[in-house]
Design a binder for this molecule. Structure first.
Ligand code: TRP
Length: 365
């Protein structure tokens, strides 16, 4: 690898994408083993945009995994990516409430502020300042060919903002400012992590080793669809929020799309909506979707929905009870953020100092 910025502008080919994925999967498998034996050698960094409440898809896809990593003894850092909210919209929305809501969601599922630092990235100036040198390490063409940025720009149906174009670099600052080495992500976020890895390498080539190269931890979790059979997402209104009541949950599941075959079977390709409901119940009970399908069998979609409603409400009952207590105490939620921000600020200031030192920019001690 040379230091020259790549001149390529075209999207990566399918083979390139597959090769990147296979290499990332191999690194992820190794990492998973290392986390079991030497958790203290690593730091997990991941996060969310504060655009709305977290939902069942987040719970099954990432929140449970974060709690698992925390209990392995790996220090966890959670970035609330508030600047990222304005990558594709004109207003920040009711941010204060959303950020508190996110903190409540995190704590309610079992993330522990003594082991997990929770911080909004706008509150850490040193993190944001890393963006300036980092931007010099990538070319405009490399930013433009990022498939996830392209997809997000298309979905937003507005002109690509400079912030959306550069947000993978901002994510590199989130990860590298506090020495993150493990980034649990889904496959769609892999291109971003490749940008972080590239930035860490190029910085080392130009200025010397300051950053460890982080790796993706690819979660082995099923993709959960929304109640309409499309991708579960806040903007589609097809989610079941962690904060929803048992009745709201029952109503959402009752309204979920299925098909008109009576007997329940697990056939993900042919019957994706039915399979999705079975997958949800399976991942919350530890039973197999086929076994659950057999259990419901001829009793049809209504019986399946009753089963899923019970399973989801039972699993979320303790989370919801804890969440209600937490939101009643906004002072506590704010204190958790103040604490997490202080932890990350100390690390980010130290990182920025080492960056300035390496770049010959340390004029002021
Ligand atoms: N981009 C992520 C999302 O949209 C959130 C995020 C911001 C993140 N910074 C990060 C994830 C750093 C992992 C690492 O969900």
């Amino acid at each position: 690898m040379t230091s020259t910025l790549s001149p390529e502008t075209s999207a990566p080919t399918e083979q390139e994408v597959d090769r990147t994925f296979l290499a990332a999967q191999a690194r992820s498998d190794l990492l998973e083993q290392e986390l079991r034996t030497q958790p203290e050698r690593h730091r997990v960094l991941t996060g969310d945009r504060p655009t709305g409440p977290l939902h069942l898809g987040h719970y099954l896809g990432t929140l449970r995994n974060r709690v698992r990593l925390q209990s392995l003894g790996v220090p966890v850092f959670l970035v609330i990516a508030d600047y990222q909210v304005i990558t594709d919209r004109d207003a920040t929305g009711p941010l204060r409430d959303r950020v508190r809501g996110l903190v409540a969601d995190y704590l309610a599922v079992g993330l522990d502020p003594d082991r997990t630092a929770i911080f909004p990235h706008s509150a850490v100036p040193a993190l944001n300042q890393l963006l300036v040198p980092f931007l010099s390490l990538v070319s405009a063409a490399e930013l433009e060919r990022n498939p996830t940025v392209k997809a997000e720009a298309a979905a937003s149906r507005r002109a690509l903002s400079g912030l959306l174009l550069t947000y993978p670099v901002h994510q590199a600052a989130d990860i590298l400012c506090c020495g993150g080495t493990v980034v649990p992500v889904g496959r769609d976020q892999l291109p971003h992590l490749e940008v972080t890895r590239l930035i860490a390498r190029r910085f080392a080539e130009r200025y010397g080793p300051v950053f460890a190269e982080p790796a993706a931890l690819l979660a082995d979790v099923p993709t959960i669809l929304g109640t309409d059979g499309a991708k579960m997402s806040k903007s589609r209104g097809n989610t079941i929020a962690l904060s929803a009541s048992a009745d709201e949950t029952a109503a959402a599941i009752r309204a979920a799309r299925t098909d008109d075959e009576r007997r329940i079977t697990y056939e993900p390709d042919r019957r994706p909506e039915v399979a999705n409901l079975l997958t949800v119940a399976a991942s919350l009970t530890g039973r197999s979707p086929v076994e659950l399908a057999d259990q419901v069998g001829p009793r049809g979609a209504a019986a399946l929905k009753n089963l899923v409603t019970t399973v989801v409400n039972d699993a979320l009952a303790p989370v919801r009870a804890r969440r209600r207590e937490l939101v009643a105490d906004p002072g506590y939620l704010d204190a958790v953020l103040v604490d997490g921000t202080a932890t990350v600020t100390a690390l980010a200031v130290e990182t920025l100092d080492r960056v300035r030192e390496a770049m010959g920019m340390r004029y002021v001690p």
